[in-house]
Design a protein around this ligand. Structure first.
Ligand SMILES: Nc1nc2c(ncn2[C@@H]2O[C@H](COP(=O)(O)OP(=O)(O)O)[C@@H](O)[C@H]2O)c(=O)[nH]1
Ligand SMILES: [Mg+2]
Length: 303
């Protein structure tokens, strides 16, 4: 299966909400307010959110006026263009260190897919010939450490770990020392995600960030917020919370292979100007792909 097909399959629910609702209905129709209202509702149904849906419709309306478009038929392609532009406004490339190891901090609520994404990224960087070290910074549960150790085994990466309950900032400190000693290229740091205990978690993440910055120039080079694509509008709250604590540099949208409505990336990118960098399309080691704004828009706006 090609990558575009994988994207399309993952975004089936969102396509049903957007194209499925607009596509047939638009054929030959006149361009009036009812059409724009329908478009707005379809976008909201795809988890785009009320504000961003209204914003997108306004963009499409303006473009239709400028290009003197009179029939509704061309609306999906106008919408696709507006979505692509909105999602391309921020650079999705990973920021790597000029010299020395690149440190990537993975944050997000429990179950979002942090540890799995670390495994997938480790696999990708390893197959590019880079040396990768994993830091078991989720010290809250012993099982979380074991899960990362297993990913280390599977991908052939060293794992720096402490005992359960240890200070995660100390784990990251040791991982940086290990990366220097072993001339590693990338350090992937796992963290805990217990959001019912929000204040201590955010303080913990801020401390990890501080220690990383002190020990390694430019670190963390990336702070990736992992968002479960099936959580819908709640993802926006998560983005706000983590953004305040650790200054998120990119989003990983996971579980697009499931029942996700990926539309929620639009308000995240537009309102917070945080780029989506990766998407998770399954549980296997190679089910992680770079985010592609054009393909994403295409998957939503075409039959
Ligand atoms: N279908 C699917 N499942 C995923 C994906 N990413 C993670 N998972 C699953 O989600 C569950 C939680 O993942 P985990 O990495 O432990 O989340 P964490 O608590 O954030 O570290 C696991 O069962 C993973 O296999 C994805 O892209 N697609
Ligand atoms: Mg985990």
């Amino acid at each position: 299966m090609g990558l575009l097909d994988k994207f399309r399959r993952g975004l089936e629910k969102s396509r049903t909400a957007v194209w499925g609702r607009l596509g047939g209905w638009l054929a030959g129709g006149r361009l009036d307010d009812a059409v724009f209202d329908e478009m707005e509702e379809a976008l909201i149904a795809a988890d785009v959110g009320v504000e961003t849906a209204a914003w997108l419709v306004e963009e499409v309306r303006r473009q239709a006026r400028r290009e003197r478009i009179a029939t509704a038929e061309e609306l999906p392609s106008l919408l696709e263009r507006a979505m692509t532009e909105a999602l391309s406004a921020v650079d999705p490339a990973m920021r790597m260190a000029d010299a020395g190891p690149t440190l990537v901090l993975m944050v997000g609520v429990n179950g979002a897919g942090k540890t799995t994404t670390i495994g997938k990224l480790a696999h990708r960087y390893r197959s590019e010939g880079r040396r990768v070290i994993l830091a078991a910074g989720d010290t809250f549960r012993a099982a979380a450490i074991e899960q990362l150790v297993e990913w280390g085994r599977r991908t052939g990466c060293d794992v720096v770990r402490h005992a359960q309950g240890a200070d995660p900032a100390a784990v990251v400190f040791d991982a940086i020392a290990a990366a220097r000693a072993r001339r590693a290229d990338v350090i992937l740091c796992d963290t805990a995600g217990r959001l019912h205990n929000k204040a201590p978690l955010m303080a913990e993440l801020a401390k990890i960030r501080k220690v990383a910055a002190r020990e390694l120039p430019g670190a963390p080079h990336e702070v990736l917020l992992v968002v479960d694509g099936t959580t819908g509008q709640n993802a926006l709250n998560q983005a706000r919370t983590f953004q305040e604590a650790v200054d998120v540099s990119g989003i990983v949208l996971t579980k697009l292979d499931g029942t996700a409505k990926g539309g929620v990336v639009l308000p995240i990118v537009r309102e917070y100007q945080i780029p989506v960098k990766w998407v998770g399309l399954g549980e296997q080691v190679d089910d992680l792909e770079p985010f592609n704004p054009a393909w994403f828009a295409q998957a939503l706006c075409r039959p």
